[in-house]
Design a protein around this ligand. Structure first.
Ligand SMILES: Cc1cc2nc3c(=O)[nH]c(=O)nc-3n(C[C@H](O)[C@H](O)[C@H](O)COP(=O)(O)O)c2cc1C
Length: 222
């Protein structure tokens, strides 16, 4: 295993926003989860817990989640970002416009952007969805450990040809998710990962995001 191998995996992974309906074999999902669980966590607490849906369960959840997003009120367990300013605002806009222009939504088309946003709750057509939670008592560091898990999940999936998208959008409706999946209230719902095989011909999958140069985020000392 070389850094070049790892970089191949890192650059091949991207957030998939249109999936084919074909299910991922259970054995492959188990391998992905087992690989992801190799990430470090503070005190090796391994705070992540997952609910993973397949088959009819995904379709039932897709419908219920879409209904909740249409009619419910957002109340995330973990506070959503207060604002994005400066470079963070620029990067957020750039990736938003890349998606909108890929799928043909023009600036100012609020109806079109709202419909694209609603695709989150339809899981972008994915055959599987994982809901990730962390014990509330572990606080932000538990969430940080789970962030590493989410990344490793996406990379392990990529290594098996399985596409993923982490989704905070679903966590906006945490009370609904607690109730729907019987996730205890002493756990924080962090995000979802929808996953499956990419619909590579879909325009939503036709763009890639850029990364800042090292000089923009490393302060070298010595
Ligand atoms: C914690 C987290 C939450 C995210 N939530 C969403 C989401 O709700 N909807 C969405 O379309 N993308 C979501 N994304 C995907 C990001 O937009 C994406 O990772 C970023 O634009 C970089 O693009 P890439 O993943 O294709 O490299 C999320 C990513 C992360 C890590």
């Amino acid at each position: 295993m070389t850094l070049a191998d790892l970089n191949t995996l890192l650059t091949a992974r991207h957030s998939c926003r249109a999936f084919r309906p074909d299910p991922v074999p259970r054995g492959d999902i188990e391998q992905i989860v087992a690989s992801a669980s190799r990430v470090p966590s503070w005190c090796n607490a391994q705070p992540w817990q997952l609910v993973i849906t397949s088959g009819d369960e995904t379709d039932r959840f897709r419908d219920a989640m879409s209904n909740e997003a249409r009619n419910g009120t957002p109340a995330p367990d973990l506070p959503f970002p207060v604002s994005y300013s400066g470079v963070y605002q620029d990067r957020r806009r750039t990736c938003g416009w890349a998606l909108y222009s890929a799928v043909g939504i023009e600036r100012g088309d609020r109806e079109g952007s709202a419909q694209q946003m609603m695709q989150n709750f339809a899981l972008f057509g994915a055959p599987h969805c994982a809901i990730i939670s962390s014990p509330a008592e572990l606080g932000p560091y538990g969430a940080m450990d789970c962030g590493g898990f989410v990344t490793a999940f996406a990379l392990a999936a990529q290594a098996l040809g399985v596409a993923t998208i982490p989704q905070a959008a679903l966590a906006a409706y945490s009370p609904f998710l607690h109730q729907y999946f019987q996730i205890p209230d002493d756990r924080l719902i962090l995000c979802a990962i929808s996953f499956g095989y990419s619909d590579t011909d879909h325009p939503a999958n036709s763009f890639r995001t850029e990364r800042a140069a090292l000089g923009d985020f490393v302060d070298w000392r010595g």
